[in-house]
Design a protein around this ligand. Structure first.
Ligand SMILES: Nc1ncnc2c1ncn2[C@@H]1O[C@H](COP(=O)(O)OP(=O)(O)OP(=O)(O)O)[C@@H](O)[C@H]1O
Length: 350
């Protein structure tokens, strides 16, 4: 028995040593343009180069996050939901192979741990900055793994290089995302405001449709909810939500405008913080299934987690864009989603 314990302890020590070694190495950020150009020619030689890159890059990125998790204040890394994942460290090598699947649970697991410690943190910025780094890193890791896996697809969909659509129509993606958000709204409220989309459906640029779908879905969902609540006791027909797309030289910008009563000025600084939600059903249930963190949806309800806006902004920033929210209390809200169309900015690596 003692020999077994000694053996396990020595394995753990070696593993920690290895994590530290990897965690000290420099991360390498890629740009959308590079991923697209490299991926458009998936020859055996390029697949090998890609695999060699991931083989080195993933341990570095994961090790950096593992080190940060270990050094968290207030014992966050010892909360039961977080610990569950930390045990996986022991199978680090195996874990790299199945990393994408494992990462499916990182967001809800961390969110639950953070929720349990919500009142313990003296400085709320501390936890927001930490979560930003964790989730940004996660977006990058999933993008890299997804790109590599998709490059093996012998019949890729037309105009697709891995996750990147070389001719993505923002108007079409916005239409699909809005319909998905409206369906959810119907399910929860029994009705949903119209969504009108303005812009040229034939205009295209290279981007990741799953990312844009997620962002527009979250913004429209917020607007639909605001309109529903604002016009709840009114006989007036709920005013439509307007989505305007503009193609500039630097950015493609998508504006989501609603007349849902806006956000009080005092509340604005909080909307990009995690866990801030004014939803009546704001609740965290350990047993409740959640889609938080998949590329397609980050929430299964209209509202309640307070994750929509901060995660949406991370997706926008990942490829060099940004998200701004401007509001007129008593009238409505405009969300400006800026997507960098040049695709040259390197991944922001925390
Ligand atoms: N268009 C909007 N109109 C009015 N308030 C808004 C709007 N968008 C966001 N908000 C406010 O910002 C808060 C945070 O939004 P966020 O999307 O981050 O989380 P949520 O919608 O509450 O929950 P979820 O994680 O399920 O998206 C909302 O609870 C709401 O109070």
């Amino acid at each position: 028995m003692e020999v077994k314990i000694q053996k396990t302890l020595s394995m753990c020590k070696n593993l920690m040593k290895e994590v530290k070694t990897w965690g000290c190495l420099q991360q390498t950020g890629l740009s959308l343009r590079y991923m697209m150009e490299f991926g458009s020619n998936p020859t055996p030689k390029n697949l090998l180069i890609s695999a060699q890159f991931l083989h080195k890059e993933l341990p570095i990125r994961i090790a950096r996050r593992a080190i940060e998790l270990h050094t968290l204040p207030h014992g966050l890394s010892h909360r039961p939901p977080v610990l569950k994942n930390m045990n996986d460290e022991k199978e680090f090598t195996e874990l790299i192979k199945s990393i994408k699947v494992r990462h499916n649970n990182v967001v809800p697991t961390m969110a639950l741990g953070v929720q349990q410690l919500k009142n313990v943190f003296e400085d709320p910025d501390e936890i927001d900055e930490f979560l930003d780094r964790i989730y940004m890193s996660r977006i990058g890791i999933r993008m890299l793994i997804g790109q590599h896996v998709e490059l093996h697809n012998p019949n890729p969909p037309p105009s697709c290089v891995g996750y990147i659509h070389t001719n993505m129509s923002p108007v079409n993606v916005a239409r699909n995302a809005s319909e998905d958000a409206r369906s959810m709204c119907y399910g929860e409220y029994g009705s949903a405001a119209d969504v009108r989309i303005y812009g040229d459906p034939d205009f295209t640029f290279p981007y990741v449709p799953a990312h844009l779908h997620l962002m527009v879905f979250e913004l429209v969902k917020n607007s639909l909810r605001a309109v529903q609540d604002h016009f709840m006791d009114s006989d007036e027909v709920a005013p439509p939500i307007r989505i305007i797309t503009a193609d500039g030289i630097e950015d493609v910008t998508i504006k989501v405008s609603d007349e849902g009563g806006g956000i009080p000025r005092s509340g604005l600084p909080k909307i990009f913080t995690y866990l801030y939600s004014t939803a009546r059903n704001a609740s965290w249930d350990e047993n409740e299934p959640s889609d938080l963190g998949t590329t397609d949806n980050i929430s299964v309800k209209m509202a309640g987690n307070g994750y929509g806006l901060p995660i949406c902004r991370l997706y926008a920033r990942y490829f060099g864009g940004d998200l701004q929210v401007i509001s007129m209390e008593g009238y409505g809200t405009d969300a400006y989603l800026h997507l960098s169309r040049l695709g040259d900015s390197q991944e922001p690596l925390p």
